[in-house]
Design a protein around this ligand. Structure first.
Ligand SMILES: *Cc1c(COP(=O)(O)O)cnc(C)c1O
Length: 360
């Protein structure tokens, strides 16, 4: 069986070179006689793997020493509670921007911990447009401003970094991290579930400005306390060692591709090609305002929804997998993260062209 093009939104496709390297190193990591999975997390070998991964991530994302980088567990969703527990003091308030399903989940969880203000919402546009920042009702005394740079399900992506003034900016970058260069100094905290652009699910990478450490509520679970995790090099307990190792391999692969600047050029090209095709063909449509179309997640609908099943069946038969849209929105979605080769997008467009010709 040859490898298919997997358009899954997450867990998502990984670079083939990374999987091959992991296979080669599976039984005997560099002469140690064991798999990385079987190593003590305190061993010199694993500490070297962990430190290299962190260094490469910092280099790729442009994260300075003013930030702690943490390799935590529980996915991005656990951060929805971890963030207010650490940054929202009892009786304090936080601002959130609602641009879709992931920001809504973050808002709902934060509301359990304090006064949450939805400073802006994309609801009026059906989540197809990002409200102009001039209209946001942010509060100068907010503990932080939270937003979702890329809404993975809706395919809505910011093309700017909000200006939060002196209020720390918090970003759920799960599905956009490392897809293009970003000025990291604008953020107080960034988090990303690994299974889109970094590695296996379960792992979540957090970068937090060091002055924001040490503010957790007294009843914060130890495993969710950023200060504790930072003080222990993300090894307060046994970390997700194999996922951390795989993330490190992905970072090395990204560096070999030329880093995020080179990735951004490819990502922009892939996205423009696919959106251009969709816009130019009456049979397919994408509802997002062009300026805010996601480079990573491309939802689209067929003019005749009754053909959805047939479209997916034909795609599967060609090795174009997981194109079904999220159950909450229907239609189709092609996730084209860093690891999706341009040839995968070309193959998808070829199939879509043929399908529209035959069935449209
Ligand atoms: C996938 C995703 C999540 C959830 O990640 P889990 O690791 O499953 O908790 C949260 N936010 C965004 C933007 C995502 O894409």
């Amino acid at each position: 069986m040859s490898r298919a093009y997997n358009f899954c939104a997450g867990p998502a496709t990984l670079p083939e070179a990374v999987l091959n390297q992991a296979r080669e190193e599976m039984l005997d990591w560099r002469g140690t006689g064991m798999s990385v999975m079987e190593m003590s997390h305190r061993s010199d070998e694993f500490v070297q793997i962990a430190e290299t991964a962190e260094r490469d991530f910092r280099e790729l994302a442009g994260v300075s020493d003013d930030y702690a980088v943490l390799f935590m567990q529980g996915g991005a969703s656990s951060q929805f509670a971890t963030i207010p527990l650490n940054l929202l003091p009892e009786g304090g308030s936080a601002d959130y921007v609602n641009t879709g399903i992931w920001s809504k989940k973050a808002i709902a969880e934060a509301k359990r911990y304090g006064d949450v203000n939805v400073a802006a919402s994309a609801e009026a546009s059906g989540f197809s447009d990002i409200p102009d920042q001039a209209s946001w009702q942010t509060r100068a005394d907010a503990a932080y401003l939270h937003y979702t740079p890329n809404e993975t399900i809706g395919g809505l992506e910011y093309d700017f970094i909000p200006d939060s003034g002196s209020v720390p900016l918090v970003a759920d970058m799960s599905s956009t991290i490392l897809s293009r260069p970003m000025d990291f100094s604008k953020f107080g905290l960034v988090y990303a579930g690994a299974q889109k652009n970094i590695g296996p699910s379960g792992l979540v990478v957090v970068a937090i400005r060091k002055d924001l450490l040490g503010k957790a509520r007294s009843n914060t679970p130890t495993m969710m306390n950023y200060q504790v995790i930072a003080d222990n090099g993300s090894m307060y307990n046994t970390p997700a060692t194999y996922s951390w190792y795989l993330a490190g391999l992905v970072f090395q692969w990204l560096k070999a591709q030329g880093g995020v600047t080179a990735m951004a050029a490819v990502n922009e090209r892939k996205a423009k090609k696919l959106y251009g095709f969709i816009d130019g063909n009456d049979f397919y449509a994408n509802p997002i305002k062009p300026r805010f179309r996601s480079w990573m997640n491309v939802p689209f609908t067929l003019a005749d929804e009754s053909l959805n099943g047939e479209f997916l069946k034909g795609a599967d038969a060609r090795g174009l997998l997981n194109l079904k849209g999220h159950r909450s929105v229907g239609g189709m979605r092609a996730s084209i993260y860093n690891a999706m080769p341009e040839a995968g997008v070309d193959a998808l467009i070829d199939y879509m062209t043929e399908f529209a010709k035959e069935r449209g």
